[in-house]
Design a protein around this ligand. Structure first.
Ligand code: FBP
Length: 553
């Protein structure tokens, strides 16, 4: 019995993603134009020493073929999805599959299951046409699943090489964020050093939008996820403006960088949007953040508006200096006393214990937090014993603290309004949405480009599709050497080569645009209602990119 799918999914199955002209017209092999040798973004000599076999590779651009291509042999290729879901992952795999088959119809694609651990444990499936067709233009990563196992140790690399040899696989595509592509870079170097006969190519994924630079204009999934969140924010704004009785505090996913919050703010014009990078830069205290929000609440109340919308980036807490210090102290304290801490009978004893150990400054910061949040900080820890910051309900924390302050102001007569708040967290609502046309096209092109990099025998590259504000015909497909994006950073007390994470640039144009308008948005109700993603209809509605990329480029 065939599986039931929704009418929209059925119609989307027939959608043919757009490709850059150079890819759409190629035969069996691509013409790869090689640029000049490259350097890493920083720490050049150290990165070069760490990656002697893959450092300095040229940027590659695929051009429209002239004349007939020479036939290429069939390839056996493996692919994994790594880290958090992002809309369009299935299309990367579909593009890779189609691209490999176009190179040679006998090529085979294997999907390793459950992320990087599927590679080391050799859990895989082999794709065929029917399998791929079921997933074209769909959201999610359920085609093969994903995982967060880090692929970074030599024993793991050896296992990967061994498992690929068993299957005859000579190239791997790793679809992931900055950490996964850092690991792809290390694996590519290791394979080159060992002459393992295994090419490694990365693909830029993450809804967080923080894997980008001059060459990688966007990570896939950001477009769709922010469109979904912006639709929901717009709907809530319309409700707030209709009922005129609630303040909505909306936390938006994005583990660290605030690109999602910024993009949604640009799309919807909320009354307040916090940007973590600005909080860190200005060394704002939690009290200052609360005062800023409460001031907007007060001003609107004096205009008779006891409603509004506040956007809160998920990573905020870690960017507030006193909270960052608190979390670091708490992590150290719990790591050093984990057994004793776990043996304590109840929350009160645990709170007493940590309070007795904190430095006076941290103790003050901790006790200023609502009790519920204090408990959360002690309860949610990851397998390494660290506080799970992303699980802290920052939106509730802000509501409680704003409420307290408004009570104070009411007492002193400086505030006369009503404050009734509702909290929301948007993350999972958008991470697996059916990809927008942009993400469907972009992802398919990224996968197709990855197949071309493999066809050209290249390793240590990330698939790159540029010129994204133009129509897909004019997108530029190619490969960027992974080493080019590396620098050294301190991680767990050691200097490590990693791909530089892109935080929101306070000097960048998207933040400037937001900063220029936010005071007006705070008081007027300039709410924008982007509405749901449109898959069919006029191109100016269906194919629009993010505000971020339009403003940046
Ligand atoms: P990636 O960086 O792996 O793409 O993950 C992004 C993300 O969606 C973050 O926005 C969020 O903080 C995190 O994953 C949540 O992951 P999980 O559901 O595994 O806790």
């Amino acid at each position: 019995m065939s599986k039931m799918i929704s009418p929209l999914q059925e119609a989307r199955t027939a959608y043919k993603p757009k490709l850059p002209l150079a890819l759409a017209t190629h035969g069996s092999a691509m013409k790869a134009a090689m640029g000049e040798p490259t350097e890493s973004v920083a720490d050049q000599s150290k990165i070069k020493a760490l990656f002697p076999n893959t450092y300095g590779l040229p940027v590659v651009t695929f051009e429209e073929p002239v004349g007939e291509d020479a036939p290429l042999p069939a390839f056996k290729v493996g692919v994994i999805l790594s880290g958090g879901q992002a809309p369009g992952g299935h299309n990367v795999i579909a593009g890779l599959y189609d691209g490999l088959r176009r190179i040679n119809a006998a090529s085979e694609l294997y999907g390793f299951l459950g992320g990087p651990s599927g590679l080391t444990d050799n859990k895989h499936i082999r794709f065929d046409d029917a399998f791929i067709d079921d997933y074209r233009n769909t959201g999610g990563f359920d085609i093969i699943g994903s995982g967060r196992t880090k692929l970074e140790k030599e024993e793991q690399f050896d296992k990967v090489i061994e498992n690929c040899k068993i299957l005859g696989i000579t190239a791997l595509v790793i679809i992931g964020g900055d950490d996964s592509n850092t690991n792809a870079c290390m694996l590519a170097e290791y394979c080159a050093k060992k002459e393992a006969g295994l090419l490694v190519v990365g693909c830029p994924k993450t809804i967080d939008g923080d894997l980008k630079n001059e060459w990688i204009e966007a990570s896939f999934g950001f477009d769709t996820a922010t469109k979904v969140y912006s639709e929901l924010i717009g709907n809530i704004q319309r409700d707030a403006n209709s009922a005129k009785k609630y303040w909505h505090f909306i936390k938006l996913m994005g583990r660290s960088a605030s690109h999602i919050a910024l993009e949604c703010a640009l799309k919807t014009h909320p009354n307040v949007a916090l940007i973590s990078e600005e909080v860190a830069e200005k060394k704002m205290t939690l009290r200052q953040i609360i005062e800023n929000i409460a001031t907007v609440v007060k001003k609107r109340a004096s205009d008779g508006k006891n409603f509004g919308v506040v956007l809160v980036p998920e990573g905020l807490i870690e960017f507030v200096p006193e909270m960052k210090k608190l979390i670091a102290e708490l992590n150290d304290l719990l790591a050093a006393n984990s057994e004793f801490f776990d043996s304590l009978a109840n929350d009160d004893e645990k709170l007493q214990f940590v309070n007795s150990k904190f430095t006076p400054e941290t103790s003050k910061a901790f006790s200023s937090l609502p009790l519920g949040i204090q408990r959360q900080l002690l309860a949610d820890r990851d397998p390494h014993g660290n506080v799970q910051v992303s699980r802290i309900e920052t939106e509730k924390l802000l509501i409680e603290m704003v409420e307290e302050l408004l009570k104070e102001w009411k007492g002193s007569g400086e505030y006369k309004g009503k404050f009734s708040a509702v909290n929301h967290f948007f993350g999972y609502e958008g991470r697996c949405a059916a990809p927008s046309n942009f993400d469907a096209d972009y992802c398919y092109s990224l996968g197709y480009t990855a197949s071309s990099l493999i066809g050209a025998g290249l390793t240590g590259y990330i698939s790159s599709v540029r010129n994204l504000t133009k129509s897909a015909n004019w997108w530029i497909a190619g490969g960027i050497p992974l080493t080019m994006m590396m620098n050294l950073e301190h991680r767990h007390g050691k200097e490590k080569p990693v791909i530089r994470k892109a935080l929101v640039e306070l000097k960048g144009k998207p933040f400037h645009k937001f900063a220029a308008h936010r005071d007006a948005w705070a008081l007027t109700d300039d709410y924008q209602y982007p509405g749901p993603i449109q898959y069919f209809g006029p191109t100016e509605v269906c194919d629009i990119t993010t505000d971020t990329i339009q403003i940046e480029r």
